[in-house]
Design a protein around this ligand. Sequence first.
Ligand code: AMP
Ligand code: MG
Length: 506
Amino acid sequence: MAAGGYQRRGCCPGGNLARSGGTGGAGCDAGTGADAIRDREQVRLLANALAKLPPDRLVADMVDLPDEAGEEAWILGARIRDELIAAAQAGAAPPPLRNDCFALPPGVHWTPVEEALAHLKARMQVVTPLQIVPLDQAMHRVAAADVAALRANPPLPNTAVDGYGFAGARGAGSHRLTLAKGRAAAGDRPGMVPEGQAIRVLTGAALPQGVDTVVLQEDVVLDGAEVTFQGPVKAGSNTRRAGEDVQAGDPVLRAGRRITAPDLALLAATGNAEVAVRAALRVGVLSTGDELVAAGNPASDGQIFDANRPMLLAMLQRFGHQPVDLGQVGDDRAALRGVLDDAAGQVDVILTSGGASAGDEDHVSALLEEAGAMGLWRIAVKPGRPLALGMWQGKPVFGLPGNPVAALVCTLIFARPALAVLAGESWPVPQGFDVPAGFSKRKKAGRREYLRARMRDGRAEVFASEGSGRISGLSWAEGLVELPEPAAEVAPGDMVRFIPYGSFGL
Ligand code: AMP
Ligand code: MG
């Protein structure tokens, strides 16, 4: 771009720029004023366009120019690769979270779920830096910027079937057309077909000039140098228009989306070989409690196996984060402090389970309180004990209840959307379905309740026991039934909201 246009003096010498920026016309006019210095206008226009790109994208595109282009593009920094990369990366590092981001308004005793979520949504922000990766590394990463199609899909009009192509509609009755020489196959450059003739075309072939309609090969009779078929055939039949799927410049990926396999198809089809994403969010998982033993080790009387850590690590993996196993620590404040200090240096967020209430052995909440950056979130939700949310050396800590059922529900409802935003994703809202209940239940007013549930025969069943220590019910369930805050008397057949685990990203 710069090599071709920088030194010439005509209006809009950088023709590419005028096309790609979309504002080339205006910038060009500005540069033709009597006293305007054209180069200055070009640089201003280019700088405006470049400033809208994510910083790593800018560097990736500009520093790897061939030598001749580099000579001309010195003004764009083509010869100072390392400095540019360093500057771009500094710009890409997001600001840290505020230390008081988990503070709640004073005097509130039981925060409704929606209010708690609104607080989190308002205060969380991305903490992971931006990187440019090739498509084969982009699966499940979070898009850091909007991406536009570099090329239309399809780029040219082409045939959707194997058959015979010609120009225009054909009315009712029999049609006989002379067959042009050769054929058009996928990958061929578009040739030309004389007026009134037909040509053999194969699926995906760009339509030759003089062809806009295709008749299926099954519908023609081939007779030496001619084809015969019955009308009517509408103009444009069996063809795909250029850009009918996506036009060049259309958005094909939005910042904040976790990239799926079909997204990769769309990016590739529209000419995007790499994409700006967020580095994976490193989430540490720590179990706390003197009673815990990791499965596989001998457990003495009074001890239990640590169920939360394998569950939480696996959930984080499914959410697309990078889980980091921080092990377990007893009910010992000094030891816990040491583990949190180490963790703060190696992860972006810490999830703990256990010790999050206000009891004697609740050291997670005690330490976060001591650090002066804790909110003990008493949320009007069942199951759930208080959540201890705080900052430890600049890293957010989600202190989950120890109870596995409460730990899972609090992770799905509160930690998951917060982690998503920290990872650069848009705030996720789990999609639920209103379905007939296959159970009866009486519910008091005040708290929102989540029941372990699954769908069978078109109805939501719930687990027989609501006991929050019943891990078997978590495993039995395939989702949650959400009962809103008001009192309710649910009878079989009443509509209830079922949210499958899949809607929570599990
Ligand atoms: P806590 O929140 O520490 O008061 O723990 C509440 C309940 O959850 C207690 O019965 C704990 O033994 C149990 N618990 C805590 N952590 C775990 C864990 N990692 N796995 C299984 N149960 C746990
Ligand atoms: Mg405990």
